[in-house]
Design a protein around this ligand. Structure first.
Ligand code: C2E
Ligand code: CA
Ligand code: CA
Ligand code: CA
Length: 275
């Protein structure tokens, strides 16, 4: 129970206090890491089921701090979103993606590279300008770049004209958008109509118990048909077994990603898979 007049810090429980001081520490170290460009990117391959080839990779941020050790994106991203450092992380990942996509294209691997974006990045009125500048800097074709955003992002974005406009402008440039974690919460038919989406990615929470539950199979099949009825490509994530892979292929998924296909890997390992 919080005591009256106890002040902000004094009214925190021990665990709230620990959490707060850890986020402050992470924020401090993160600032340092960004200055020294100490973050890394791993790439999660995505297999297209028609061609049976890797046609896309998803960039995932990785950070191992000297003092704090490995910080998972699950811990890092919310703190970065709260403090605004997400914009810095975003720009860093964007640079990496464009640089790498351009290299792969010039080597004859025309794969798409996607990155996860937070709504805060799109609240920056210069988002389009920034992306165009980075694409140009590395001579990266806009078609190689794909931007993933969550349903939560979509629900907020549908009320913000400037965000919709920025997304549409990027789409006209050739950049594509993926609705990530599809099915986890706020499915709104409104934003599906308002936002320029070309792909749905069914959340991994649906995939893990797919084989045990027939209801779940019907649900996922329904999500796939729903996506197809809107002419969207449908991808599933979190595929960990051969059984899941073949079932999802059978019920009409267009592409799959997950540990069964590959763990997140380095650029060199991606090239080995492409060769
Ligand atoms: P996400 O976009 O849904 O990314 C998929 C997560 O699932 C990744 O975890 C990936 O490593 C993991 N994963 C992939 N295949 C499998 C599988 O077969 N089984 C299981 N159990 N897990 C699998 P990760 O890298 O820890 O990322 C977690 C979340 O952090 C991401 O979820 C994404 O929302 C966010 N994130 C990661 N990198 C970035 C970034 O650069 N910027 C932003 N804004 N968010 C990021
Ligand atoms: Ca994602
Ligand atoms: Ca996801
Ligand atoms: Ca997720």
């Amino acid at each position: 129970v919080k005591q009256e007049g106890g002040g902000m810090i004094a009214s925190l429980s021990q665990s709230e206090h620990d959490k707060l001081s850890r986020s402050i520490q992470i924020e401090k170290r993160l600032l340092e890491a960004l200055n020294h460009r100490d973050l890394h990117v791993m790439y999660l391959p995505q297999k297209d089921l028609e061609s049976d080839k890797i046609t896309a990779v998803e960039a995932l941020v990785r950070w191992e701090d000297e003092v704090l050790g490995v910080i998972s994106p699950e811990e890092l991203i919310p703190i970065a979103e709260e403090t605004g450092l997400i914009n810095e992380i975003g720009t860093f990942i964007l640079e990496k993606c464009c640089e790498q996509a351009a290299i792969w294209h010039s080597k004859g691997f025309p794969i798409k590279v996607s990155f996860n974006s937070s709504i805060r990045e799109f609240r920056d009125k210069n988002m389009v300008k920034t992306i165009r500048k980075v694409l140009e800097k590395y001579d990266c074709p806009p078609e190689a770049l794909q931007i993933e955003f969550t349903e939560k992002f979509a629900l907020e974005a549908e009320a913000e004209k400037s965000i919709i406009q920025q997304m549409q402008t990027l789409q006209q440039d050739g950049v594509t958008f993926v609705l990530d974690d599809f099915g986890t919460g706020y499915a709104s038919l409104r934003y599906l109509q308002l936002l320029p989406i070309s792909q749905l990615k069914i959340d991994k929470s649906f995939i893990s118990s797919l084989l045990q539950q027939e209801k779940l199979q019907q649900l996922v099949q329904g999500l796939i048909q729903f996506g197809h009825s809107l002419s969207l490509r449908v991808v599933a994530e979190g595929v960990e077994s051969a059984e899941q892979f073949s079932l999802l292929k059978q019920i009409g998924c267009d592409a799959l990603q997950g540990y069964y296909i590959s763990r997140p890997i380095s650029t060199r390992e991606v090239e080995n898979l492409l060769n």
